[in-house]
Design a protein around this ligand. Structure first.
Ligand code: ARG
Length: 703
């Protein structure tokens, strides 16, 4: 027996499942047999007495979970950090454990009352004593970890738990002698898995399967080469034996009903301190400031959810709720994350939501210069669709050419400082690219109740995103009204259209929109033009007679004939000039001087002479035609619409029509109320739209 090792246990006199605070307890209230629990506990006690000295703490009536001494606190040397239980149901155990530690000569450290930490259930020492693994996500708060580091003078590695069945670190993670590690990877987020893999070499990692994990195989007591657990599969036994461990199985099924097993029932109270090990906690914190209709617009929820979903934690330092309907709220929130990398990711997303650094902490953007053309520095800030400002020489500068997925380039000349979005391939050597997260803010229009209502009058279904059930007519009325407004004030509408517009009989309607001045640019691929011209010249679309709706014999060749005809002319415009093409969408574009760009793809037949097969050029041309657009009508083309969405800043209205709800959802989900999704047949939509426009009387016409 290793005299030097001491373990604390608590007899199960008052043990029962009295409440539900973890998924294992569900359906098990008062379902455990106390006789069997006593028997199982005694067996474990007996086994452990051969391996170590077992101390006992007095069980207390009314605190059934006190048997789980792992949760009493975390011991290192003579120091102990007392647990602060997350659930009220267990908080009453704290004074009893505290007293035991004090009576036994420990120095007791206590966390703030609102900072939960559940002791050795959530904090496990590397068995070589090199560092402390600390869990968070369900019971213990990430913000407790820096205190562990400070008080116990040890490096803390934070691991995030994501499967509620494994709510305590010791339910899925068990450091073993000589640096081995028994663990269930599925219980951790990917960042934590990487951390584990970086610290523990592959040959020392024993990853177990779910079937063993749910038998609490990781909830094992390890003393030197012996591992005591509830149950292990043959595979796991062989694995552990092959690296020199002896396994003792002892059934603990009665305790599993409360969500605990061997390790939970014990607390190792002799944990030697290593001289060379010192405090370190990679937990990083940062304060952010938010202002606006934080509650009305749901920004506060979104921000706090995003922090937690990304593995961070928060503390609201100050929240000033706007009292009047129109007044805005202000919040200061401290964000913490297990590493700088995670904090950076969270910060980027918060910036996107409009969060800013508090005034006293604001600093200039960091930039790095491009050393290889077309390649950004590693840590470059990826732009979003939202209006962005960067701080250069103490001055906020609005970023130009706002679009998503670009880098931000800053330049200072005699005439002033500019910042603009540049896509990767356009980056030139010596361009100064914004990196990191400092000195960047996005300007989110704060939506008050009032403006939310106003915009919902314009597009009542906008906030709701996609709608297939609501009456399409109603939506069309609103879009028609808006289109008329834009036209009458000399605004700009760009259409992206797929060939389905032609197949569904929409050509005549789109043609009339162009003729009547509602369209200022057309973007699509080879196919929309081919089938439009096919219909104009031969009356079919992809070989289908557009009058009768039936395939025409030999019709599948029609589109090639048409391509050939246009190729002979040299361009669509020339075909119009020569009178060969005299109707349809492309004809109207040429005739009404509406610029168009056809972007090629791998599946194009021909292509038409106008189709731009150099995609870099096509993207540039799309971007040029989209400049200053007020509204984009996206008509049944996922490819071209997504392409366009990537280039468009927030604030441009988008109407996306497709028969496939998935396409509509994908496109209208830009996190802004400006996008509208309509699930319907595009030919039908266009016909309703034209109809509605005809009904509208322009105020100018009345005069
Ligand atoms: N019912 C107890 C709880 O939910 C079980 C604790 C198990 N202890 C442990 N270290 N995993 O808190």
């Amino acid at each position: 027996m290793a005299e030097s090792i001491r373990i604390l246990m608590c007899p199960p006199d008052h043990y029962d499942v009295d409440y539900v605070i973890n998924p294992w307890m569900e359906g098990n209230i008062h379902k455990s047999s106390s006789a069997r629990a006593v028997e199982q506990w005694q067996k474990l006690h007996h086994i452990l007495k051969d391996l170590a000295v077992v101390d006992l703490v007095n069980p207390q009536k009314g605190w059934p979970d006190m048997v789980f001494t792992a949760n009493a606190g975390l011991v290192l040397g003579d120091n102990v950090v007392l647990s602060r239980f997350f659930h009220e149901e267990r908080q009453g155990e704290e004074p009893y454990f505290k007293k035991w530690f004090e009576d036994n000569g420990f120095t007791v450290y206590e966390l703030d009352e609102d900072l939960p930490f559940e002791g050795a259930g959530d904090a496990l020492l590397d068995r070589e004593g090199r560092w402390l693994w600390a869990g968070y996500g369900f019971r213990s708060e990430l913000d407790s970890h820096p205190y562990l580091a400070k008080w116990l003078d040890i490096e803390v590695l934070s691991l995030r738990l994501i499967d509620e069945r494994f709510y305590h670190l010791d339910t899925c993670f068990c450091p073993l002698t000589e640096g081995y590690l028994l663990y269930y990877p599925g219980a951790f987020d990917s960042y934590s898995n990487h951390l584990i893999e970086r610290r523990v070499p592959a040959e020392k990692r024993i990853a177990i399967e779910e079937a063993d994990a749910v038998n609490f195989a990781c909830n094992a007591v390890n003393v030197e080469r012996t591992v005591v657990m509830n149950k292990a599969s043959d595979r796991l036994k062989h694995k552990l034996e092959s690296v020199g461990f002896e396994i003792i199985e002892t059934p603990l099924t009665e305790f599993l009903k409360a969500g605990g097993a061997a390790k939970c029932l014990t607390l190792r109270i002799t944990e030697p301190v290593l001289e060379y090990v010192h405090a370190n906690s990679p937990v990083e914190t940062r304060t952010i400031h938010m202002e606006g209709h934080l509650l009305d617009a749901g920004i506060m929820n979104k921000a706090l959810d995003l922090v937690v979903e990304n593995g961070g934690s928060f503390k609201v330092l100050n929240f000033n709720l706007g009292i009047e309907r129109q007044s805005t709220s202000v919040a200061d929130v401290r964000i913490s994350a297990p590493s700088y990398q995670v904090l950076e990711e969270i910060s980027r997303q918060l910036i996107e939501l409009g969060a800013v650094t508090p005034p006293q902490e604001v600093c200039d953007v960091e930039t790095e210069t491009v050393t290889k053309a077309g390649v950004a520095p590693d840590d470059f800030y990826v732009s979003t669709i939202y209006p962005t400002e960067v701080r250069v020489n103490g001055q906020w500068v609005r970023v130009r050419q706002q679009r998503m997925d670009a880098a931000i380039v800053v330049s200072e000349t005699d005439t002033g400082i500019t910042a603009s979005c540049k896509i990767l391939r356009d980056l030139a050597v010596d361009d100064r690219v914004v990196v990191g997260i400092e000195g960047i803010r996005t300007v989110r229009k704060t939506e008050s109740r009032e403006t939310q209502q106003r915009s919902s009058q314009e597009f009542s279904f906008m906030g709701a995103g996609v709608s297939s059930e609501r009456r399409v007519e109603l939506v069309v009325e609103q879009i028609a009204w808006e289109l008329r407004q834009i036209r009458d004030r000399g605004g700009k509408v760009v259409v992206t259209a797929g060939p389905v517009v032609i197949h569904t009989g929409g050509a005549q309607h789109l043609s009339s929109l162009i003729r009547d001045g509602y369209v200022q640019g057309l973007l699509g691929g080879n196919a929309i033009a081919v089938h439009d011209i096919e219909q104009a010249l031969m009356g079919t679309s992809l070989g289908v007679d557009m009058q009768k709706g039936v395939p025409v014999r030999g019709g599948h060749r029609h589109h090639l004939k048409v391509i050939n005809t246009i190729r002979r002319c040299g361009s669509i415009a020339r075909a119009v000039e020569r009178g060969i093409l005299s109707k349809g969408v492309m004809y109207e574009c040429v005739n009404n001087n509406v610029p168009f760009c056809l972007a090629g793809s791998i599946r194009d037949d021909g292509p038409l002479p106008d189709t731009e097969m150099d995609l870099i050029k096509a993207q540039a041309e799309y971007a040029r035609l989209l400049e200053g657009t007020d509204m984009i009508l996206m008509l049944s083309t996922m490819l071209h619409s997504i392409g366009v969405g990537n280039m468009t800043p927030a604030g441009v209205k988008m109407v996306c029509v497709d028969i496939n709800p998935a396409v509509v959802t994908k496109l209208s989900d830009r996190g802004s109320i400006e996008s509208v999704g309509i699930v319907t047949d595009v030919g039908l939509f266009l016909s309703l739209l034209v109809n509605q426009l005809e009904k509208l009387t322009s105020p100018y016409q009345i005069a």
